[in-house]
Design a protein around this ligand. Structure first.
Ligand code: ARG
Length: 459
């Protein structure tokens, strides 16, 4: 064995070769190197401040770790499976580089509090990046909503034409969902940004450490309260994963709409060529691969949430090796979530709206039937009677194969003598959307006001 194990003192037999590879995590946890080193530097500074390390030892450790960072970043670091994980790889390289001072770095800590610290530092950074990607997507939606504030399309319930709405209003619905997603991550970060270091293996340490100082050096809000809790629970990762699942659920729904809307049957929008692909056999095809793939990726993110919950549920206090299994689902969640948000934020500005197709779809399917009922209510009919009258008028239109606005005044008057010439103001699409003129409504001026409020919250 080329590298002697850092914990080999009490062992007589070497580790079985397969077990060694099976239990190692270095292949995937090496991506935490930056945070591992950041944590170690802070730990060494604290140990020195407390008189546990000399200034010379601290300086040797800090510059040794900085050197290791460079080696890793240049790609010339020799990662070793025999050294199991990122923590022991870095520590062993440090000792090789600086000698005995390197062996003192692990004083007053354990890999158990170390790994919990690394993951939290990693997640804090990733949450920040993800939140800014969500914001970029939100800004793209605001621009699109502004551009299409007056564009009319049919709104659906049960995927059946319901009432006319504005495209801007529709985009602002997605904006709101993403706003909650971004807030959820900020809230999650409050529980991520707590420092486990100092919990050591599980019970704390006998050295006179100053956890407040280490927390301050690492930018944590505070040291954690309980050592057993700190090294064992991964609820913060589960919470993040749940927030990620919600974001993917939203992106998946949005994707589904873009897929439907860009079909020949709907033709409401055109996605830019750079976000679509062709077919190897059917020359006419332009497939919405990007939204389809995002819809598909939501599945694995939901799966990771279930994996993390299951990973945690059977574990007694405190640390168990089970927790090593938290990393791959977490990393895959972060990677795919960031990728999905990035591609969405890039795709939105390149959407073009087919105004005619949306308009003619809104003209069919009796989208203004509710407006006619509301009109009759204003003329004094009780709503239920008005509903009945309009239902009969719709049945007549179905028979004739036309829309409500295509009926002559005299024909409409057969259904109710309260109907007068002004009815046509309400049966138009513009009249219909403009009438929903209250906060949260689809009227273009309400959409513009909502966009203005959204811009000021984002800034
Ligand atoms: N690779 C381990 C993990 O990811 C680090 C902590 C190991 N601790 C231990 N006592 N084996 O959880």
């Amino acid at each position: 064995m080329s590298d002697k194990k850092l914990w080999s003192g009490r062992f007589n037999e070497p580790t079985d070769a397969f077990v060694e590879a099976f239990t190692a995590s270095v292949e995937f946890d090496q991506r935490l190197y930056k945070y591992d080193i950041q944590g170690s530097i802070a730990h060494a500074k604290m140990l020195c401040q407390q008189g546990i390390l000399t200034a010379a030892e601290r300086d040797a450790i800090v510059s040794g770790l900085e050197q290791i960072t460079e080696t890793i970043e240049q790609g010339s670091f020799q990662w070793s499976v025999e050294l199991e994980d990122v923590h022991m790889n870095v520590e062993s390289a440090l000792t090789t580089a600086i000698g005995d001072a390197g062996k003192k770095l692990h004083t007053g800590r354990s890999r158990n509090d170390q790994v919990a610290t690394d993951i939290r530092l990693y997640m804090r950074d990733e949450i920040e990046i993800i939140r800014s990607e969500i914001k970029r997507l939100q800004l793209a939606l605001l621009d699109l909503a502004e551009r299409e504030a007056e564009t009319i399309l049919p709104g659906f319930t049960h995927l059946q034409t319901a009432q006319p709405i504005t495209f801007g209003h529709h985009m602002m619905a997605w904006f709101e969902m993403l706003q909650r997603d971004r807030e959820r991550l900020a809230d999650c970060n409050k529980r991520v940004n707590i420092m486990p270091l100092g919990a050591a293996a599980l019970a704390g340490t006998t050295y006179p450490i100053d956890r407040h100082y280490t927390a301050e050096l690492l930018g944590f809000d505070r040291p954690s309260e309980n050592s057993l809790d700190s090294v064992s629970d991964r609820d913060f990762a589960i919470e993040f994963s749940a927030a990620a699942a919600l974001i993917m659920m939203h992106l998946s729904r949005f994707s589904e709409e873009l897929i439907i809307w860009s079909s020949a049957q709907f033709g409401f929008v055109e996605l830019s060529d750079s976000f679509c692909t062709g077919s190897s056999i059917m020359p006419q095809k332009k497939n919405p691969d990007v939204p389809e793939l995002i819809r598909g990726k939501s599945g694995r993110i939901f799966g990771h949430l279930m994996a993390l919950l299951t990973l945690m549920k059977g574990q007694p206090l405190a640390y168990n090796k089970d927790n090593q299994e938290d990393k791959e689902p977490l990393f895959d969640t972060v990677d795919n979530l960031k990728g999905s948000l990035k591609v969405f934020a890039d795709m939105i500005p390149a959407i073009s709206c087919r105004h005619d197709a949306m308009r003619s779809a809104a003209m069919q399917g009796f989208a203004t039937a509710t407006d006619l009922a509301d009109y009759l209510v204003r003329k004094g009919l009780p709503f239920r009677d008005a509903h009945e009258v309009v239902g009969t008028a719709v049945a007549k239109c179905v028979e004739k194969g036309c829309d409500l606005a295509d009926l002559e005044l005299a024909e409409l008057q057969e259904f109710s003598d309260s109907i007068e010439q002004d009815v046509f103001d309400y049966l138009t699409l513009e009249g219909s959307v403009a009438a929903r003129d209250h906060i949260g409504g689809t009227a273009p001026n309400q959409v513009r006001a909502a966009i203005a409020r959204a811009r000021s919250t984002l800034n």
